[in-house]
Design a protein. Structure first.
Lengths: 258, 384
């Protein structure tokens, strides 16, 4: 009887171990250890991870060259009203771009300046988690959070999920409000969401993003955050930087030198 | 069985015609929206969901509340609900269809809605919501219709329908829980980022749903003579009372956590809704109206003598429904977007076209409910 029980326990134990072993083998890609990489504060994705450092000390107040360039090359419509507004990159005051940061005794200069805001191409993007059709997704090879305008159903769940207000919706036909149509990038249709794409179409031609290239002050630096030798990493090493709402664990790829 | 909906008196057909007229206005407005775009709504990039999603949220609760008659009747064999259970199930069917229609009305590209099923995405709560809602619709149509069909023939319902009914019980809780997860899992939307959102949804649903059920039963009694029974109505009013208490208790929890912790982000949503934020308080009168009407109705329900008198009960039920509709159907969704992620205050006022579409969808739901209940009442009263 006792022997029987011991035998039973031994066999069950072996069975469980064998099962676990088989499971790790079968699901090697998502085996038990890699779950750690998925947690909020774990390591970021391997391979390239495009990122940007914005030196706000160099950014000139009143200058909108980067915004104009971006909106022009991407055929972003200008409806001239807040309700239909679509924007990929824009400027807002300190307290709006960094609502969680220090609010008391902020220097007059910081308070009165406006700061660039754009899609953060988060390493852990809540919009991608929310999208019911994978119309918005993080590219595994370079970390860009991209949009498939042809799959988007226009539910705007991603807009509710984005903690940075980086997404816009085509409430009406955008083609009516595009002044100069750029043939190099597609226009969108009514009823889909859009946002900054880190100029993936220009990166494919080994060009820097339009905003980076246009800035006359060189305030924007673009590069691979996973490459320790890259210019962006050098800047991050030498300066104290901020990420917008870093407490949310989204791991933004856009950094600010204040 | 459906042929029973084709025989009715003048007021029945008059009612149908009124609903059809409102539905036509809704269809016309929807065609406008399809051809011009969602710019014909009050929504913007800051308040990107409005009255459609708010109605959807409220109606998921109404749908889920059918479980408050199904569970006692089928699981606890509570006989007094024998006549009302079919009304609950058909109310759930109508409410779920309205939910689906409100989601469709809100989509920028409704022609692509099947992408949700073509590219199933388990990490998206919307995928799960679509799945559980459609499942719930099917469960309620099948169980309601089958049981009623058997009753018409005077035979006991087939055995296979029992497991379907049992499955619909946890399923009802799931639809409202998953709906809460749509909002509660989003970082940076402080009003929604709360663990009591799903419990609060269930509590408000189990208050407003039975209240609607009581009102529907009263209307049926008046128009058709079909009596769901005093005991059933009384029991439902008790359920609504306790659920309403729980709902207000949970709302109080939200206030305590936000204001005692004093964390600005957590306070902003409630401040905007109830007191105004930076001088902006578009919804303040609505929210206080909701609170006052809700509490007074609860007070009426708490006094047994008043609860048992029809006029008081009707008033209290209307009050509970209105209060919760404002709380869930106006405040919760719009309040979640204000202030915006950049802490800007952007208002939202539904556009006329949007209101017509909303009324149209409500009328479609009420028409479906009317037809289903017409059949149900005809079957239930065939022996009398």
């Amino acid at each position: 009887m006792n022997d029987n029980r011991r035998e039973f326990i031994r066999k069950t134990g072996l069975g469980v171990l064998a099962g676990l072993g088989a499971a790790t083998g079968l699901f090697s890609k998502s085996s038990f250890e890699t779950a750690e990489a998925q947690t909020t504060h774990g390591a970021s994705t391997p391979g390239k991870r495009w990122g940007m450092v914005i030196d706000t000390r160099k950014c000139r107040d009143g200058c909108t060259k980067c915004i104009d360039a971006c909106h022009e090359v991407h055929n972003v419509p200008d409806f001239d009203n807040a309700k239909d507004e679509i924007k990929w990159i824009w400027k807002s005051p300190y307290e709006n771009v960094f609502p969680g940061e220090s609010k008391q005794f902020v220097s007059e200069e910081t308070r009165e300046k406006s700061y660039l805001a754009l899609c953060n191409h988060c390493d852990n993007p809540p919009c991608v988690r929310a999208c019911p059709t994978r119309a918005t997704f993080k590219r595994s090879w370079d970390g860009i959070v991209a949009m498939d305008y042809h799959r988007c159903i226009g539910c705007r769940f991603c807009m509710a999920a984005c903690p940075y207000g980086s997404r816009s919706f085509n409430w009406r036909d955008p083609r009516e409000a595009i002044e100069k149509r750029d043939q190099a990038y597609p226009t969108r249709e009514r009823g889909v969401v859009e946002k900054c794409n880190f100029c993936s179409e220009r990166l494919a031609q080994n060009l820097n993003p339009a905003c980076v290239e246009t800035c006359p002050e060189g305030a924007l630096t673009f590069g691979d955050l996973n490459d320790p030798e890259s210019e962006v990493r050098m800047l991050l090493e030498k300066n104290h930087t901020l990420q917008r709402k870093s407490e949310l664990g989204t791991r933004p790829s856009v950094f600010y030198i204040i | 069985m459906i042929e029973k909906a084709l025989k009715g008196n003048r007021s029945y057909w008059g009612w149908i015609v009124i609903l059809l007229v409102i539905i036509s206005a809704g269809v016309y407005s929807y065609i406008n929206q399809l051809t011009t775009g969602l710019t014909l709504t009050g929504m913007s990039r800051d308040v990107s969901w409005g009255v459609y999603i708010a109605q959807f949220t409220f109606l998921v609760g109404v749908a889920a509340s059918a479980v408050m008659v199904v569970l006692p009747y089928y699981l606890h064999d509570y006989k007094a609900f024998g006549k009302i259970v079919i009304i609950g199930e058909f109310l759930a069917v109508a409410a779920t269809i309205m939910c689906v229609l409100f989601i469709l009305a809100d989509l920028g590209r409704p022609d692509r809605v099947l992408n949700v099923m073509l590219y199933p995405t388990p990490n998206s709560m919307l995928f799960w919501d679509a799945t559980v809602l459609n499942g719930y619709l099917l469960l309620n149509i099948v169980s309601g219709w089958t049981v009623l069909g058997a009753e018409k023939k005077g035979v006991p319902p087939p055995k296979w329908v029992k497991p379907v009914i049992y499955l619909s019980i946890p399923w009802a809780f799931s639809i409202h829980t998953v709906t809460a997860f749509l909002y509660a899992g989003l970082p940076g939307r402080h009003l929604w980022l709360t663990a009591v959102l799903a419990p609060r949804f269930l509590a408000s649903a189990f208050a407003a749903g039975p209240a609607i059920l009581i009102l529907v039963s009263m209307i049926l009694k008046k128009t058709t003579g079909f009596d769901a029974g005093k005991q059933a109505i009384h029991k439902l009013s008790v359920i609504a009372t306790y659920a309403a208490i729980l709902n207000f208790f949970l709302l109080g929890m939200e206030f305590f956590t936000a204001f005692y912790s004093n964390i600005p982000g957590h306070m902003h949503g409630l401040q905007y809704l109830f007191f105004g934020l930076h001088g902006e308080g578009q919804l303040v009168p609505w929210m206080w109206f909701s609170i006052i009407v809700g509490f007074s109705s609860l007070l009426v329900l708490l006094i047994p003598r008043l609860r048992k008198s029809s006029p008081w009960l009707i008033a209290a039920c209307i009050g509970i429904v209105v209060s919760i509709w404002i709380d869930k159907g106006v405040g919760l969704i719009i309040g979640g977007f204000v202030p915006s992620p950049l802490e800007e205050i952007v208002g939202y006022t539904p556009n006329l076209n949007e209101i017509f579409i909303t009324l149209g969808i409500w009328s479609i739901g009420i028409l479906i409910l009317t037809v289903l209940l017409k059949v149900a009442v005809a079957v239930k009263m065939q022996d009398e």
